[in-house]
Write a protein that binds this ligand. Structure first.
Ligand code: FES
Length: 156
C-alpha cells in the first residue's frame, strides 16, 4: 500500500526508531500524503507492517485530529473553538463559514471542495480567533477576512 519510495524511506527511518510501534505516526503520515486519508484497510495494513494491533492504529488515527479516516475536501478548514478563540468570537466565524460553504462542522461538501472541522487549541491563542487551512494559519479573523480567504481558495 505504501509507494516504493516510502517503503525505502521507512527502511531508513527504522535505523532511528527504537521500536516498530514508534513508526506508526510517520507511516500514517506517509499513507495520508499518498492517499489523502487513512482508510480502515490502510490502518490494518499499517498494523501488519509494523506488528502493531489494529486497535492501536485505529486509536492513533482517531485521537489525532490531523489524521483523516474519511476522504476530505480539497480545502480543509479547521476552526479552533477552544477557550481563547471562543471568547474572541469563534462561534461567529463558525456560523459564517457554515453559511458560506453550505456545510456544518464535521462535514465535507458534495463537490469535495470543502471540509469544515472543529479543532482544539492550535497554539495561536494570542491571535484568536483563528483557523487553519492546511499548514497556513489565519489569525485575528473577522467575517470579512473569512470571505477574502474563501475567495482566494476558490481561485486555486
Ligand atoms: S484557543 Fe484557539 S488557538 Fe488557542
Amino acid at each position: 500500500m505504501l509507494s516504493e519510495q516510502n517503503i525505502k524511506k521507512l527502511d531508513d527511518l527504522k535505523k532511528f526508531y527504537p521500536t516498530k510501534q514508534a513508526l506508526v505516526l510517520p507511516v500514517l503520515w506517509m499513507i495520508q500524503e499518498e492517499q489523502g486519508h487513512i482508510s480502515e484497510d490502510a490502518m490494518r495494513y499499517v498494523g501488519e507492517l509494523l506488528d502493531v494491533p489494529f486497535g492501536h492504529v485505529l486509536g492513533v488515527v482517531t485521537f489525532y485530529t490531523m489524521f483523516h479516516d474519511k476522504p476530505h475536501g480539497k480545502h480543509h478548514i479547521e476552526v479552533c473553538t477552544n477557550v481563547s478563540c471562543m471568547l474572541r468570537g469563534s462561534a461567529k466565524i463558525v456560523e459564517h463559514l457554515e453559511k458560506r460553504l453550505g456545510i456544518k462542522l464535521g462535514e465535507t461538501s458534495k463537490d469535495m471542495k470543502w471540509t469544515l472541522s472543529e479543532v482544539e487549541c492550535m497554539g495561536s491563542c494570542g491571535t484568536a480567533p483563528m483557523i487553519a487551512v492546511g499548514e497556513e494559519y489565519y489569525e485575528n479573523l473577522t467575517t470579512e477576512q473569512v470571505d477574502e480567504l474563501l475567495a482566494n481558495l476558490e481561485r486555486t
